[in-house]
Design a binder for this molecule. Structure first.
Ligand code: EPZ
Length: 418
C-alpha cells in the first residue's frame, strides 16, 4: 500500500453519475464519541479509509468490540483501557479526540502528543486550554500527554482561534459534565454539527447560537445509532474533476448546503453547476475564469479544497490568487504542479497562479491528503501520462477514488511499485 501509485492518461472528459461516500472527519469524531457510552452504538455510512481503519484498530487496542458490516460499524466499548497505542496515534492526529472518552471512562488518559505534519505544526494548545479550564490536570512527559480528570466542572471558555477538533473535544467532554458549559468562538463545520446531533442523541443538551454553544451534559450517556453525513470534500473534489476535464458529472448523496462556498467559487470560474432533485450537476466549461480565493473556517471556502482549486486554476484564463489562511504550510503541491508546466508563485500565505494553456504529464509526489487529490486532478487534465506517487496519502481520505474516476471515464490505474 505504501508503494502504490496511480497512472493517469489525461485529456478525457468525465461523464456520468457518482455516489459520494460518508465523511472521513465526521466518522473519526463519531467513532471516538462512541466510547463515551458503555452501550453498543451503530454508525452507518462509514467510508472505507485508512484513517477509519486506524481508528478502529485504536478502539480494538483499547478493548472495545468493533464489528464492521459493509459500511456500518457496531461498537461495544464495555471495557476499555486508558492508554492509546503510540504507533497508531502518531499516524493520525484525530486521535487527540480519544482524550474526552478516556477521561470520562477512566478518569485519566495517556496519549502520545500528536506531532506536526506536512501542512503545519498543528499545535493543540486550545484543546489543552479548555481541558484545564474544565478541571483536567495536564502533564507532558517523554512526548506523552498525561491527563487526569477526577473532578470535571462546567465553565465558560472562549477559543483564541477556531479549531475543528478542538471544538469537538470540548463538546465531547462537556457532554459528560452535568453542569453548564459555555463555549465561544466554536467551529461550525458540518462535521462538528454532526457530532452535536449525536451527543444530543446520547443525552446531552446542546444549544448553538452563532459561534457560542451552551452544553449541559449527563454523567451516563446513551449509545447511539447514526448515519454519517456525506463527505463534502470528496464531493467538492469530484465537482472539480468534472470542471477540469470539461466533463458532465452528477453527484448523488452530497448535501448542497455543505458546499455553498465551493459551488459559488465554481460558478465564479464560469462552471455550470445545477442543483436538481437532490443531486448536484456540474458541466465543465471553457474558459475557466481566474479567481481570487482565501481559505476560511466554515462557512468560508474550505482549506481542504485549496489544492484541488489550485489545480483547476492552473489552466484558467488569467491570473488567480489563493490565500491559505488556515495552515501555515499548505502549498506543498505547488512544486509538483510546476513540474507539470504550471506557473505559480508563492510568497508567504499567498499563491499567484498564471493560467497556462496546457499541463503536461509527469511523475509527481503526494505530500499530504488533499495535495494528492490536487495532483490527480491535474493529471486528469494534463496531456500525456502522469504518475502520482505515495498515494497512501490519498487513501487516508478517499474511498477508492481511482475507481470512482474510472467509472466516470478517466484512464486511471493503481499500480504497486515492486
Ligand atoms: C480538522 O483538523 C480536519 N481534520 C482537517 O482535515 C481540516 O483541514 C481542519 O480541521 C481545518 O478545517 C479532522 O477533522 C480530523 P484545526 P484540525 O484545529 O481540527 C491551529 C483533512 O484533509 N490550531 O481546525 O486539526 C492549527 O494549527 C484534514 O481531512 C492551533 O493553533 O484543524 C491550524 O492552523 C487535514 N491550536 C488551525 O488552527 C489548536 O489548539 C486550524 O486547525 C488547534 C488548532
Amino acid at each position: 500500500m505504501h508503494r502504490d501509485y496511480l497512472i493517469i492518461e489525461g485529456g478525457r472528459s468525465l461523464k456520468g453519475e457518482v455516489l459520494v461516500s460518508g465523511s472521513k472527519n465526521s466518522s473519526l469524531a463519531l467513532i471516538f464519541a462512541s466510547l463515551l457510552s458503555e452501550g453498543e452504538s451503530l454508525l452507518e455510512g462509514v467510508p472505507e479509509l485508512l484513517d477509519v481503519r486506524n481508528a478502529i484498530e485504536i478502539l480494538k487496542f483499547l478493548g472495545a468490540k468493533v464489528k464492521k458490516v459493509g459500511n456500518s460499524l457496531k461498537i461495544l466499548p464495555k471495557e476499555i483501557g486508558c492508554m492509546a497505542p503510540d504507533c497508531l496515534v502518531r499516524k493520525m492526529r484525530a486521535s487527540v479526540m480519544l482524550i474526552p472518552p478516556l477521561l470520562k471512562r477512566k478518569g485519566r488518559a495517556v496519549v502520545s502528543m500528536p506531532g506536526g505534519c506536512a501542512i503545519g505544526v498543528r499545535p493543540i494548545d486550545q484543546h489543552l486550554k479548555y481541558f484545564k479550564r474544565a478541571g483536567v490536570e495536564v502533564e507532558m512527559e517523554g512526548g506523552y500527554l498525561l491527563l487526569r480528570g477526577k473532578k470535571l466542572r462546567g465553565c465558560e471558555f472562549t477559543f483564541d482561534r477556531i479549531t475543528v477538533t478542538g471544538t469537538m473535544n470540548a463538546l465531547m467532554l462537556s457532554s459528560c459534565i452535568e453542569e453548564e458549559t459555555y463555549l465561544h468562538n466554536v467551529a461550525l463545520e458540518p462535521e462538528v454539527l454532526d457530532l452535536v446531533e449525536v451527543l444530543k442523541k446520547m443525552g446531552a443538551r446542546i444549544s448553538l447560537k452563532g459561534r457560542s454553544a451552551l452544553v449541559i451534559g449527563k454523567r451516563d450517556l446513551k449509545p447511539f445509532k447514526h448515519r454519517v453525513i456525506p463527505d463534502r470534500i470528496e464531493a467538492g473534489t469530484l465537482l472539480v474533476a468534472g470542471a477540469i476535464t470539461k466533463g458532465e458529472v452528477v453527484l448523488r448523496g452530497a448535501i448542497p448546503e455543505h458546499l455553498k462556498s465551493v459551488i459559488e467559487a465554481l460558478r465564479r470560474a464560469n462552471q455550470e453547476v445545477l442543483l436538481e432533485d437532490g443531486k448536484i450537476y456540474i458541466r465543465g466549461k471553457s474558459p475557466i475564469k481566474p479567481l481570487s480565493l482565501e481559505t476560511r473556517e466554515f462557512p468560508g471556502f474550505p482549506t481542504d479544497m485549496q489544492a484541488q482549486f489550485m489545480a483547476l486554476l492552473c489552466v484558467a484564463e488569467g491570473r488567480s490568487l489563493i490565500r491559505e489562511r488556515i495552515f501555515e504550510n499548505r502549498f506543498k503541491h505547488v512544486g509538483e504542479l510546476l513540474r507539470m508546466g504550471a506557473r505559480i508563485y508563492v510568497k508567504g500565505d499567498l499563491a499567484q497562479i498564471e493560467g497556462v494553456k496546457k499541463l503536461y504529464g509527469a511523475e509527481v509526489f503526494s505530500t499530504d491528503l488533499r495535495a494528492s487529490a490536487g495532483l490527480v486532478l491535474a493529471g486528469l487534465r494534463a496531456e500525456g501520462i502522469t504518475l502520482v506517487k505515495d498515494i497512501y496519502h490519498l487513501d487516508r481520505g478517499y474511498e477508492r477514488l481511482e475507481e470512482k474516476l474510472k467509472k466516470l471515464g478517466a484512464k486511471i490505474e493503481r499500480e504497486t511499485q515492486v
